[in-house]
Design a protein around this ligand. Structure first.
Ligand code: HEC
Length: 217
């Protein structure tokens, strides 16, 4: 074999070595001649770690950590007094002020109320919402919420009203994840306005729905 033939042979076998595996399926990891940063040591979520004492790779938040956006005033987040002894009686004025004053804040509350609460509690807060009507028609009358014009809810402190929206209660789901904190306060303020608007009615507790009222006329 002369020399040029040998070189040709070597070149051909090298070419077939490189292209030989193309299109074939292999269980082996791909050949990566220059590894650079292709493979780096890392933890998978929930993987065990020997580095930390508790054996977890996913680190819990350092106690007391707050994000910049988080409310630092616990009264504003919980609706409770600073000593956690009772509900605060009124929507904190600082929250009203930082949202443009009472008029704007009630208007915001009305808008949010009509989106989030009216389907169950009714636009007038008399529990004549479409969802509760439907529940009642299907035989689940227990899912009808109470009217906001009952004495018990009229005399509920604002903080408790706010907390009911945040945490839900019995058959009512929590809305803390759907409605931002200040909007929950705005809704609480608007519910108060609704209650005042109906307060002159002695029969407020048994108020007929709008449809019934029309029929009666
Ligand atoms: C999916 C329907 C639904 C929505 C939406 C809803 N509620 Fe309710 N709500 C209920 C039901 C049902 C109850 C009665 C819960 C029970 O006693 O089991 C209730 C009860 C309440 C009560 C009385 C709590 C008590 O102490 O008895 C308040 C106050 C209240 N809701 C406020 C609101 C406000 C404000 C919103 C809007 C952010 C809202 N709810 C949205 C269904 C709803």
């Amino acid at each position: 074999m002369n020399r040029s033939l040998l070189i040709l042979f070597l070149a051909l076998s090298a070419a077939s070595f490189v292209s030989g595996c193309r299109g074939e399926i292999s269980e082996e990891p791909p050949v990566v001649p220059l590894r650079n940063m292709y493979h780096q040591a890392r933890y998978d979520p929930h993987e065990e770690s020997e580095f930390f004492e508790d054996g977890r790779t996913m680190r819990p938040q350092v106690e007391g950590t707050l994000s910049r956006e988080m409310e630092v005033n616990e009264t504003f987040t919980t609706g409770r007094t600073a000593d956690n002894a009772q509900w605060i009686l009124e929507v904190p004025s600082e929250i009203v002020d930082r949202n443009g004053g009472a008029e704007d804040f009630v208007a915001r509350g009305q808008e949010r109320y009509n989106i989030y609460c009216a389907p169950c509690h009714g636009v007038a807060g008399d529990s004549e919402g479409l969802v509760s009507d439907r529940a009642a028609n299907l035989g689940f009358a227990a899912l009808r919420p109470p009217s906001f014009h009952e004495d018990r809810i009229r005399s509920m402190p604002d903080g408790q009203l706010y907390a009911t929206i945040s945490n839900g209660i019995r058959n009512m789901p929590a809305y803390r994840h759907n409605i931002p904190q200040d909007d929950r306060w705005a809704i609480a303020l608007y519910v108060r306005a609704l209650q005042v608007s109906q307060a002159s009615r002695t029969d407020a507790m048994n108020m007929p729905s709008a449809a019934e009222a029309e029929v009666q006329q």
